[in-house]
Design a protein. Sequence first.
Length: 257
Amino acid sequence: MSNWRDRQIDLPENEARGFLKKYTRRSFLVAGAAAVAAVGGYEWVRSRPEENMTPWPQRRVLSLNEKIAHGYLNDKHLAPTYKRTDIRFLKPNGDIGLDDDVDIDSWRLHVQTGAGASPLQLTLADVKSLPQTTQIVKFCCIEGWSTIVEWTGARFSDFTRRYFPPGQQLPPYVYMETPESDYYVGLDMKSALHPQTLLCYEMNGKPLEDEHGAPLRLVIPVKYGIKNIKRIGAIRYTDTRPADYWAEQGYDWFAGL
């Protein structure tokens, strides 16, 4: 007994052509209606008032993504680590704030721990005096490419504990900028204190080069590269959510992976 799925239906040629014509017309109309709806929706979103260079419906979606990513992030959720044989070339993508070569001897890291606190001016030796950490992790660019890099530096959590008395409540945010304030990032404190967040001074076993942010840059493998600010000139701990260069251009402020 043959299966009904195997049965072949024969239609006269004129009926078959009529069926195909009707089916093709219907498909065209449905596809056209969907395209019109999509274009209309896109134009509606584009026409909405902006928040930080982004139409507010899109900014609402980015904010929702941020809440989900922030809730997921904790000290036990670590970015994968790799072997030295996995290390690959990291192209020096982005040079905002790196216009001039740096003089490491005269470079200073300006740190503001809070309102009323005296500002600090630290040397690279001050950062290097903290326990050293090396990790081999993936660097993920928001443009869609990634590569494996070895980073060496001090955990930002160790840096923070040195300049805040034990038991003192930390501000919820951290702001970092290049020496001339051309590039800047804002971080939530949970991301900043993640155990893989480093103030980095070496890459692939060698001191940082100018194009990669010498003498000191941020490495935060739980976020996209746009948060990994090069050549840090100032760090401010703050109670208010700080500005962020790419968030002001319409990107996600949190930028988590």
